[in-house]
Write a protein that binds this ligand. Structure first.
Ligand code: SF4
Ligand code: SF4
Length: 367
């Protein structure tokens, strides 16, 4: 591990920050609910036991921060439908076992469909090049960090047997929905550093202004997370809705302009359902008309018969978890009917899903 990384894991500094958080909570004099919007933040928090270092009254919740978790069941159904029509479906590993209404892609493969796991959009293109007589569909999921590389592939003249089934999502409108939920009482957001490397932290300026909630962009080492929480508590204690970049070694105000330009030249924002949360205007990324030739929804029948909801999924509280209203161990199915080996909801599938992370680290609320 590099020296640079180690300095962000310094236990003494973490203790000092924990003391500082105690002092700030005394100043605030009341409960504080913070939300982070990133599966990688939840992983860091669980792995390093950061919740156990937080003062009483400070709650840290996970929002809609994992693109796998918010991929809607009908989107999985579309991918399964394409696979069942004979195309090779390429997808990220985390999507493989996410249940649709009838089947997951893993089920479809068990029934004979050709589903391949890839680590990047360019690997999906390689698959198309290696199989010129087959139709290859990339089931493209993820936020800005993966939408930008998908876009880069499409502007680079991909092979004719390559299509994209876009389930890409755009985070800022989802934060607005959470901020507007009457029963979600969030005092500050810790925004995802990865996504901000692409979008820039300036993206959150209108949000902070409109909702008067502080936002701090944070990195993923323990000190990064503690620092982000400290900055949020400072804003809250001063009653200021500020915006700060606590991840300057990777994030700038403008972000990666070239990647953004490519992304917006290929995708446009549409309204779409985020699993368990809501129909969110402007939070799905669909291919623009100019890229219709690569759009799997144009080439394949993506609306075949789908299943009805599994009675167990009706008990799944993924939506409440991602809206900051429940913790995984409040779900009756957690660790019983729902486990990583037999997931009922998407939050138990993805390595960035809160239920999977909590299950992996013992299922205790003060991870
Ligand atoms: S895609 Fe990246 S930024 Fe978004 S939730 Fe996952 S790790 Fe965080
Ligand atoms: S434990 Fe399973 S069923 Fe319960 S909320 Fe999490 S993913 Fe859904």
């Amino acid at each position: 591990m590099s020296e640079e990384t180690l300095q962000f894991r310094n236990p003494e500094q973490a203790e000092q920050l924990a003391d500082r958080l105690e002092a700030l909570m005394v100043e605030v004099d009341g409960p504080v609910n913070l939300m982070h919007v990133c599966g990688s933040h939840e992983q860091a928090i669980a792995k390093f036991g950061l919740r156990s270092m937080l003062p009483d009254g400070l709650s840290l919740r996970m929002g809609p921060g994992c693109p796998v978790c918010v991929t809607n069941m009908p989107e999985v159904d579309e991918a399964v439908a394409v696979a069942n029509q004979g195309a090779i479906v390429a997808t990220y590993g985390d999507m493989f076992r996410v249940p649709g209404t009838k089947q997951s892609l893993a089920d479809a493969r068990a029934d004979g469909a050709d589903v391949e796991i890839v680590y990047s959009a360019s690997e999906a293109v390689e698959l198309a090049e290696e199989n010129p007589d087959e139709e290859v569909v990339f089931f493209a999921t993820g936020f800005e960090t993966t939408a930008a590389p998908t876009a880069a592939i499409l502007v680079d003249d991909p092979p004719e047997n390559f299509w994209v089934l876009s389930a890409h999502k755009y985070v800022p409108p989802a934060m607005e929905v959470v901020a507007e939920m009457p029963d979600t009482d969030i005092d500050g957001f810790l925004a995802a550093g990865h996504a901000a490397t692409i979008t820039g932290y300036g993206l959150f300026e209108p949000f902070v202004e409109e909702y008067e909630i502080p936002v701090v962009v944070g990195g993923f080492e323990p000190i990064d997370v503690m620092l982000g929480i400290e900055r949020l508590l400072e804003y809250i204690s001063e009653d200021v809705a500020g915006l700060e970049n606590a991840y300057p070694r990777c994030v700038t105000r403008e972000g990666n302009r070239a990647a953004l330009e490519t992304m917006w030249s290929v995708f446009e924002k549409t309204s779409g359902e985020w699993r368990g949360i809501a129909e969110i205007p402007g939070a799905n990324l669909a291919l623009r008309e100019e890229y219709a030739d690569y759009d799997a929804r144009e080439r394949f029948d993506v609306e075949p018969e789908t299943g009805g909801p599994d009675p167990l999924t009706e008990q799944c509280v993924c939506g409440d978890i991602m809206a900051g209203k429940a913790d995984p161990d409040e779900c009756d199915l957690f660790g019983e009917e729902c486990t990583p080996g037999n997931p009922v909801g998407a939050c138990m599938v993805s390595s960035e899903g809160t239920c999977k992370i909590w299950h992996e680290y013992g299922g205790h609320p003060d991870l």
